[in-house]
Design a binder for this molecule. Structure first.
Ligand code: SF4
Ligand code: SF4
Length: 311
C-alpha cells in the first residue's frame, strides 16, 4: 500500500506541476521536480547496484536529463520544451517549436537512429528518454514484478503499431494542414496528451509500477520504443550468453523489466526489446552474460533472431 500511495503522490505532483507551468504561474516546476526526483531515486539505485556499467549509466542518464530538460531549454534558451524529445513519442515537436524545429528533426531522424544502430536501443531508452530514465531509477526496486520471460504479447505489439500509424497520420495532417485549426489541436490535446500520455504513460505507468513492474509504458505502449527496436534489431548491439557457463537458473530473466526470455532465448540475442539496463548481466551468478556493440565480430553462424514477438 505504501508503494502505491507513493506513486500516486508522484503522479499528482507531476500533474500539478505541468498545469502550473502551462498557466504560466510558475517557473519550470516540472523540470525542477523531475530532476530532483531523479537525483534522489538515482542515488538510491546507484547504491543498490554493484556493476560499474549500471552506476555509470545512472550518472550519465541523470546528467543528460538535467542538461536537456532544465539547464539548456529553460535556463539558457528560455523555452519550455525539453530538448530530449523526439518524434514519434512527441509528434508535436515537429510542428510547434519554431526555430528549434531543426534540432528536433535532426534528433528524431539522424542522431537517434544512428545512436541506436551503433549502441542499441539503450542509447535512447536508458540514457536520453526521460520516461525511460525515470523507469530505471524510480522503478529500480520493482524490476522483479510483472510478467517474466514471456516476450511482449501480440495484442500489445499490434497496439503499438496502431499508435505508431496514428502518430504518422496525425503528423502528416498537422504538417499539411492549417496550424490554426483549433479542432485538430483540441482532438490531439485530448487524445494524445490527456488520454495516452497523461493517462496511460504517466498515471498508469507510475501507479501500476509496484504491481506490474517498471517500464509498463515502454513495454506495452510506446511507439518510439517499437520504432527504435526495429533499428536495434539490425544494429550492432546484442546481449550475449556464454552457454559454457550458463546453468539455466533463470535469475537473469526474473529481473528483466522488458519480459525477455534471456536464459531460454538465443545465445546471441538481438531482440529490439532490450533496453540495455545491464541488470541481467549483474545478477547472473555464473557471469555468463555480456553486452556487445560489435555483433559483426561474432561469426554469422552463431547469430540468430530471438523467438520473442517484439516487432
Ligand atoms: S520505450 Fe519509449 S518511453 Fe520507454 S524509454 Fe524507450 S522511447 Fe522512452
Ligand atoms: S535483457 Fe538484460 S539488459 Fe536487456 S532489458 Fe532485460 S535485464 Fe536489461
Amino acid at each position: 500500500m505504501k508503494n502505491y500511495l507513493l506513486m500516486i503522490f508522484v503522479f499528482l505532483l507531476f500533474f500539478a506541476s505541468f498545469n502550473a507551468e502551462s498557466m504560466n504561474v510558475a517557473p519550470p516546476t516540472f523540470g525542477y521536480l523531475f530532476c530532483a526526483l531523479l537525483l534522489v531515486t538515482g542515488y538510491l539505485a546507484i547504491k543498490r547496484h554493484n556493476l560499474q556499467y549500471i552506476k555509470t549509466m545512472f550518472i550519465v542518464a541523470i546528467a543528460v536529463q538535467f542538461i536537456f530538460t532544465l539547464a539548456v531549454p529553460y535556463w539558457a534558451l528560455g523555452q519550455g520544451l525539453a530538448l530530449n524529445a523526439a518524434w514519434p513519442y512527441f509528434p508535436e515537436v515537429l510542428w510547434t517549436v519554431g526555430s528549434l524545429a531543426l534540432w528536433y528533426y535532426v534528433m528524431s531522424f539522424i542522431l537517434l537512429p544512428v545512436a541506436v544502430y551503433l549502441f542499441g536501443r539503450r542509447a535512447w531508452c536508458s540514457f536520453v528518454c526521460g520516461t525511460g530514465v525515470m523507469a530505471e531509477t524510480l522503478g529500480d526496486p520493482y524490476r522483479d514484478r510483472g510478467a517474466k520471460s514471456t516476450g511482449i504479447p501480440r495484442g500489445f505489439v499490434v497496439l503499438k503499431w496502431v499508435l505508431l500509424i496514428a502518430t504518422v497520420a496525425i503528423t502528416i495532417a498537422a504538417l499539411a494542414g492549417d496550424p490554426a485549426d483549433k479542432l485538430f489541436f483540441t482532438v490531439f490535446l485530448v487524445v494524445f496528451i490527456l488520454i495516452i500520455r497523461t493517462g496511460i504513460m504517466n498515471a498508469g505507468n507510475l501507479i501500476l509500477m509496484p504491481k506490474f513492474g517498471t517500464r509498463i509504458w515502454c513495454k506495452y505502449f510506446c511507439p518510439q520504443g517499437l520504432l527504435i527496436g526495429l533499428i536495434s534489431r539490425i544494429g550492432r548491439f546484442a546481449l550475449v550468453r556464454d552457454d559454457s557457463k550458463c546453468v539455466g537458473c533463470g535469475t537473469c530473466s526474473s529481473q528483466c523489466s522488458m519480459s525477455i526470455d534471456i536464459s531460454g532465448g538465443p545465445a546471441i540475442n538481438r531482440t529490439g526489446d532490450c533496453v540495455g539496463c545491464g541488470v541481467c548481466v549483474e545478477v547472473c551468478p555464473q557471469q555468463a552474460l555480456s553486452m556487445t556493440t560489435n555483433i559483426k565480430e561474432i561469426p554469422a553462424r552463431d547469430q540468430s533472431i530471438p523467438g520473442n514477438r517484439s516487432v
